[in-house]
Design a protein around this ligand. Structure first.
Ligand SMILES: Cc1cc2nc3c(=O)[nH]c(=O)nc-3n(C[C@H](O)[C@H](O)[C@H](O)COP(=O)(O)OP(=O)(O)OC[C@H]3O[C@@H](n4cnc5c(N)ncnc54)[C@H](O)[C@@H]3O)c2cc1C
Length: 398
């Protein structure tokens, strides 16, 4: 647990407990829910017509950890994010909201025998509770998946899939229900400029119209964050990803999420979500048959035969742009301490895994409360970390 310095704490000053959140993807919606629970006044702005329209708009994504032998920062942050994420989903359900998600289990298969033995060693070494991580042989994996597999791997029994737009809507419904002041949403409002004047951040349209203003501004704009000069130095790049939607009979196998160089969900409303491609600096928003073909090849490697029988030219799908950081960790914290400007981005391929947890962390920073993150994890996601590194350090990958 981290004791956060009180320099951002606004608790003592009620007039400052008003925030502008720019971006209503999974990041912005998670933060709105956390701040509303603490009684903050919130103006939430997005260019789209509703929440979860950007990278957070897929039919299904995977909420699961990524273990490693040395239990490194990435592993600990994905484990904490997964546990916190599923707890949040359960809490939303108890409150009467209904995010589409199912902790059906996630099977992460090894690509070959050498990787399988490493995965076994990781599971043996970490010795986590079995619902968090267990090694399974190929025959056990096949029984879980309900179809043939080439190798064994990791079984995350407590993990599963989430439909991000429905989670965004549930988070905002909860935020609206808890907010002391009404949650103000400004959809269909593209922010062209942000200006700081007389102690308040102002978000304005291209024709200079003021959308909203508040003393604290959180940039949760996904890949759009670097358009603003105040955030332009953040090393966030856009990584295009396409998922393919595969027609599937209800209850047909696999009935769990399966991963191996990609992922495939169970049938959700008659469609499996299979993906995803990953291409840095490819701004093409169109769904491409060549990318469907790539997803089908990945699926076939994962589950022999599962990717055959589909025509890439006929498949549905969706393209999104991941806000990727060089070290594959999110970028969360102050980018201008004095003027109360914060970043909540850099989620790359794991925004579902991290957003809910780091939104609680950022809320603790703003409130001057102890954070759920250990000091080293809080520092690992702080935007200031990049100022300490030589230019060009790190790499971008999936
Ligand atoms: C194909 C694909 C598959 C993925 N699979 C998974 C997965 O299985 N598991 C997982 O954890 N993660 C997955 N991810 C990653 C995850 O979806 C992202 O990390 C996450 O959605 C990022 O959320 P965000 O809120 O930061 O950004 P976004 O969801 O993109 O939200 C940003 C919002 O800001 C708004 N905005 C931007 N600029 C402006 C502006 N100037 N004015 C007004 N509004 C603005 C946009 O309209 C948008 O709604 C996947 C991503 C893709 C693309």
């Amino acid at each position: 647990m981290t004791i956060v310095p009180a320099r951002h704490a606004a608790a003592a000053d009620e007039t400052r407990r008003h925030v502008l959140i720019l971006g209503a993807g999974i990041a912005g919606c998670s933060l709105a829910e956390r701040l509303a629970a603490r009684g903050w006044q919130i103006d939430l702005i997005d260019a789209a017509d509703g929440p979860g329209a950007g990278a957070s708009g897929n039919h299904a994504g995977v909420l699961r950890p990524l273990p490693s032998l040395d239990d490194n920062r990435m592993s600990r942050l994905t484990r904490a994010g997964t546990l916190y994420g599923w707890q949040t989903i359960e809490r939303l359900r108890r409150e009467g909201f209904a995010p589409r998600a199912e902790a059906c289990g996630v099977l992460h298969l090894a690509r070959d025998a050498a990787q399988e033995s490493k995965m076994k060693k990781v599971a043996d070494t970490l010795a986590l509770p079995p619902e968090q991580l267990r090694y399974v042989s190929a025959s056990e994996a096949a029984a879980i998946a309900g179809c043939a597999v080439r190798n064994g791997g990791w079984w995350f029994a407590g993990s599963g899939w989430v439909q991000p737009p429905s989670l965004c809507r549930a988070l905002l419904a909860s935020a609206g229900a808890h907010a002391r002041a009404p949650l103000r949403t400004h959809f269909g409002a593209h922010v062209e400029r942000i200006d700081f004047a007389t102690g308040r951040w102002q978000a304005c349209t291209a024709d200079g119209r003021l959308i909203a203003a508040a003393p604290t501004l959180i940039l949760a704009a996904g890949t759009g964050i670097t358009q603003f000069p105040a955030a332009a130095r953040l090393p966030i790049v856009s990584a295009r990803g396409q998922v393919s939607l595969l027609p599937a009979a209800p209850d047909s196998p696999p009935r769990v999420v399966v991963c191996c160089g990609g992922y495939v969900s169970p049938a959700i409303d008659g469609l499996r979500c299979a993906g995803a491609t990953f291409a840095v600096d490819d701004p093409d928003p169109s769904v491409r048959p060549t990318d469907h073909a790539e997803n089908l090849r990945t699926l076939d490697k994962m589950l022999p035969g599962a990717g055959t029988g589909f025509d890439p030219a006929q498949l549905g799908g969706r393209v999104g742009f991941r806000p990727a950081s060089p070290d594959r960790l999110p970028i969360v914290g102050a980018i201008d301490h004095a003027r109360r400007l914060f970043a909540l981005s850099g989620f790359g391929a794991r925004g579902l895994v991290w957003s809910m947890l780091v939104a609680e962390h950022l809320t603790c920073v703003l409130e001057g409360e102890p954070s759920p993150l250990t000091q080293d994890l809080a520092e690992a996601i702080d935007p200031e970390r990049f100022a300490l590194r030589p230019p060009g350090a790190g790499r971008i990958d999936a």
